[in-house]
Design a protein around this ligand. Structure first.
Ligand code: NAI
Ligand code: HPV
Length: 592
């Protein structure tokens, strides 16, 4: 398509920077932008008139048709990693599903030509995102088109498991007729815990209600009113796993959720519980699940996803008689695959044209000049967002966030979009499978009903520093740490950059000072001698290294807030010991 071709070229010439570049840059950096974009003009001169898109896994025809209107499309399935690496230097875009590992080597082998990776689905754990970003390659996904398919597959596994469909089918086909062996359990009136009440989880909940089940859900970040609207009660992790007859997993795989279902979690479940997993295999410690199946804690499991895919042929879990499995089929319906194919083809074509991608999952290149000035503030912003959201009590539902920037710079000299995006990233990322960046932060906040407003405080004095301090306020929520609620009734955290390092300088209405590295403990206590020593020795006894400590108080002998930076995560016993100190009124552990 001729139009497509000319638009493609214009994206990579200095005269017409892409929308994402424009969004990134404050006015003051425009000369450096011109310098940076020159390198795009260089490769624009030797690419062919049509871009080339490599598709390495089966993609629906409607998506392929869309791509073919714009690009040369090379469908090469089942490539070895070496074959992928050797082909990639001839490609401008790559489209994959969950079966292709897009490793650092792929980006390195592309010689800078690969501009977009499209993941035709939700999870992007098979794409090396840091490597993509380092190589200036945008990664986009298709987050909505397979939601219903995944939810339906979850329900299919739930019912098949409860009625032993797979085992009974195999038995009849083997010439047997074992009616009493395959007596199942009924779903009606049973309690199902939906772990992760996002797009797929809420659709599963809706369907389980239709089956007459009582539905509870655990999702610390889902708004209670959304759950309430479909008659679902949001409960704590412990309550969910200890009261449910069935547990269905729908949370993303993140460092916080990796192997969240371990021996300890299984030991707290109701004996005979049944588990469905159509999310990610890595959520479950598979060895622990096998032990729980063998001991009878878990009576059945239905698994679509595995830590390693495909799992080993002799996997004891897969071969277990009380386990039914499918080969990662959650998204595999004709309808979902057509939808995903269209969604990803549009996103890839749009990205190749330089349009702003609403489903971008990594940052496009941020010019070094902008980053070097804003770098410590970027890091501060993400950490403040991450801290603020962890202070929210589960089930509150974050809806309204206000960001305050105090700066001596004029509005035109300070582009807060990168800071806002990083605060949004800090708020959303710990609770979601999505990756947030400058391109998609506002879109994701909006999609989640998160209203983010910004306010400037103009300071007198030298505008050397882009920002003096940043505050994040979360309104209309309860806090796990009551002292984090300011006089205005909002969770408030404030940070500054000191000696190039991000510091937390205010929590609620209390002035504090702690360097934001490692993790932190916030502790409110009666101001009296000896507390610092007690806390220090409890942490020291457990080899938890304190890297920073400060105490801010309202008035002598009244309350004080102690902020403690720690290098290691304290165990639950240590946290309990801290809570047992008489003068300690409340405390919270926050991961950065
Ligand atoms: N088997 C398959 O073929 C498919 C699998 N998936 C997987 O299903 C999962 C869910 O996908 P979506 O619903 O589209 O994502 P989503 O982002 O809409 O929902 C995830 C939900 O999990 C919640 N969450 C985050 N941390 C949590 C925690 N520690 N405990 C409880 N909840 C937590 C989030 O607040 C969010 O509401 C993902 O892992 C995705 O990769 C999705 C589609 C197909
Ligand atoms: O969308 C997802 O997260 C999935 O797990 C679907 O994977 P697939 O595209 O079917 O390989």
């Amino acid at each position: 398509m001729a139009g497509g071709c000319s638009t493609w070229k214009s994206v990579f010439t200095p005269t017409k920077p892409t929308l994402s570049w424009k969004l990134t840059l404050p006015k003051t950096t425009l000369p450096s932008l011109r310098k940076t974009t020159k390198r795009f003009a260089v490769f624009a001169t030797f690419i062919s008139s049509k871009p080339t898109v490599l598709v390495t896994e089966k993609l629906g025809e409607p998506g392929l048709d869309l791509l073919k209107n714009f690009a040369n499309v090379d469908c090469s399935y089942n490539l070895t990693p070496e074959e992928l690496c050797s082909k990639i230097s001839l490609c401008d875009a790559l489209i994959v599903r969950s079966g292709t590992k897009v490793s650092r080597e792929v980006f390195e082998s592309s010689g800078g030509r690969l501009k977009v990776v499209g993941r035709a689905g939700v999870g992007i754990d098979n794409v090396d995102l840091p490597a993509a970003t380092e190589h200036g390659c945008l990664v986009v996904n298709a987050p909505t088109a397979n939601t219903i398919a995944a939810a339906e597959h979850g329900i299919a596994l739930l019912t098949a498991m409860a009625r032993n469909i797979a085992q009974a089918d195999a038995s009849v086909k083997a010439g047997k007729w074992q009616r009493s062996k395959y007596v199942g359990v009924s779903l009606v009136g049973k309690t199902i815990a939906v772990m992760g009440f996002g797009k797929v989880g809420s659709e599963v909940a809706r369907r389980a209600k239709g089956l007459g089940m009582s539905v509870i859900a655990h999702d610390p970040y889902a708004p209670a009113d959304r759950a309430c609207a479909i008659g679902v009660e949001l409960v704590s992790f412990d309550e969910a796993i200890s009261t449910a007859d069935f547990i269905s997993l729908h949370m993303p795989l993140t460092p916080a959720t990796s192997k969240i279902f371990d021996d300890e979690a299984f030991s707290r479940m109701k004996k005979g519980v049944r588990i469905v997993n159509v999310a990610r295999g890595g959520l479950i410690d598979e060895e622990a699940l096998l032990r729980a199946l063998n001991s009878g804690i878990v009576s059945q499991a239905a698994l679509d996803v595995f830590t390693e895919e495909p799992p080993a042929k002799d996997s004891k879990l897969v071969l277990h008689e009380n386990v039914i499995v499918t080969p990662h089929l959650g998204a595999s319906t004709a309808e979902a695959q057509d939808g995903v194919a269209i969604e990803i083809a549009e996103a890839v074509v749009g990205a190749l044209k330089g349009e702003l991608a609403s489903t971008a999952v990594n940052a496009p290149m941020v010019p070094a000049e902008v980053l070097s000035e804003l770098a410590p503030f970027v890091s501060l912003s993400e950490k403040l967002g991450r801290l603020a959201v962890q202070l929210v009590a589960g089930g509150s539902g974050v809806k309204s966030v206000k960001l305050t920037y105090a700066s001596a710079r004029g509005p035109d000299d300070l582009d807060t979009r990168l800071l806002r995006a990083m605060i949004t990233k800090g708020i959303i990322e710990p609770i979601s499978s999505v990756f947030v960046n400058l391109v998609n932060a506002d879109f994701l906040a909006k999609q989640r009903g998160l209203r983010i407003t910004e306010e400037r405080i103009t300071l007198d004095g030298s505008p050397e520093n882009p920002v003096e301090f940043i505050q994040v306020h979360i309104a209309n929520v309860e806090s796990k740490f009551a002292s984090a609620i300011s006089d205005f009734g909002e969770i408030t955290v404030e940070g500054r950059v000191k000696d190039g390092k991000p510091h937390l300088t205010k929590v609620g209405s209390y002035g504090v000072d702690v360097s934001l590295e490692g993790s932190i403990l916030l502790c409110r206590q009666i101001d009296q001698p000896g507390i610092i020593g007690k806390v220090g020795s409890i942490l020291g006894d457990e080899n938890v290294n304190v890297n920073f400590m400060s105490v801010g108080r309202i008035a002598p002998q009244k309350q004080a807030i102690m902020t403690i930076g720690v290098d290691e995560e304290p165990s639950s016993q240590v946290l309990k010991k801290l809570g047992d100190i008489k003068a300690v009124e409340e405390f919270v552990f926050l991961k950065l």
